[in-house]
Design a protein around this ligand. Structure first.
Ligand code: AP5
Ligand code: MG
Length: 213
């Protein structure tokens, strides 16, 4: 099953993508996580991406498309994958479609996790992420068992650099301008699934799996 996660920053794409990947035993591919790993390792890509991410802007398409196309061609993606945070612009979606056409393949579902802007800033300021394994928590809604420590790998939890309120507002405006048009794009292709992302995490997941056949 080949799935795309759509939704505003903080809508819960990553949270749901991890649950889907575990349930269907397919890889979870997050462009945000790939960029953050590159920033941490101080790679050329990481240095370039950081300039945009810290301002709440999108990393240019030319740094993003090839990276994802290369990734989905790897062996572990043969039975499917969950793309989280890609595509994020119409040109990225067109690039993905072209690459898939070349492999006589297509996306099965684009899952849009809907959460109103008012809820987003609150969620992001409470998010904590594990710097090592990428697991995410929320200090109120999804707290770790031990404060500040990852349940999975016992590493320290951190607040992401781009989760400051002013950067979150910028990311939201970029989302509405550049990413929201993808909802119509995938609706026209007949693969759109919309779910209410304001529900409790397991209820959101149940709504998603109920729609995937
Ligand atoms: P990316 O890492 O993709 O960030 P994002 O889209 O802004 O989304 P987030 O990861 O912030 O939120 P999420 O929807 O995954 O929510 P989460 O599950 O964590 O991208 C970061 C940056 O990288 C971009 O700004 C851009 O610069 C660059 N980039 C990445 N991909 C790119 C691309 N394709 N092209 C160009 N640039 C790109 O949940 C949020 C919080 O809410 C958590 O604390 C979570 O625990 C909590 N939560 C989740 N679900 C629930 C629930 N149901 N109820 C209550 N709390 C919940
Ligand atoms: Mg995410």
């Amino acid at each position: 099953m080949k799935i795309i996660m759509l939704g505003a920053p903080g809508a819960g794409k990553g949270t749901q993508a991890k649950m889907i990947a575990d349930a269907y035993n397919i890889p979870h591919i997050s462009t945000g996580d790939i960029f953050r790993a590159n920033i941490k390792n101080n790679t050329e890509l990481g240095i370039k991406a950081k300039k945009y991410m810290d301002q709440g802007l999108l990393v240019p398409d030319e740094l993003t498309c090839d990276l994802v196309v290369d990734r989905i061609c790897q062996e572990d993606c043969a039975d499917g994958y969950v793309l989280d945070g890609f595509p994020r612009t119409i040109p990225q979606a067109v690039c993905l479609d072209k690459a898939l056409e070349g492999m006589s393949d297509k996306i099965d579902y684009a899952v849009n996790v809907k959460v109103p802007d008012e809820n987003i800033v609150r969620r992001m300021s409470g998010r904590r992420a594990c710097a090592k394994c990428g697991a995410t928590y929320h200090i109120v809604h999804i707290p770790p068992k031990k404060e500040g420590i990852c349940d999975r790998c016992s590493s320290e939890l951190i607040l992401r650099d781009d989760d400051k309120p002013e950067t979150v507002l910028k990311r939201l405006s970029v989302y509405h301008a550049q990413t929201q048009p993808l909802i119509e794009y995938y609706d026209e292709k007949g693969v759109l699934v919309e779910v209410d992302g304001t529900q409790e995490m397991n209820d959101v997941f149940a709504e998603i799996t109920g729609a995937l056949k």
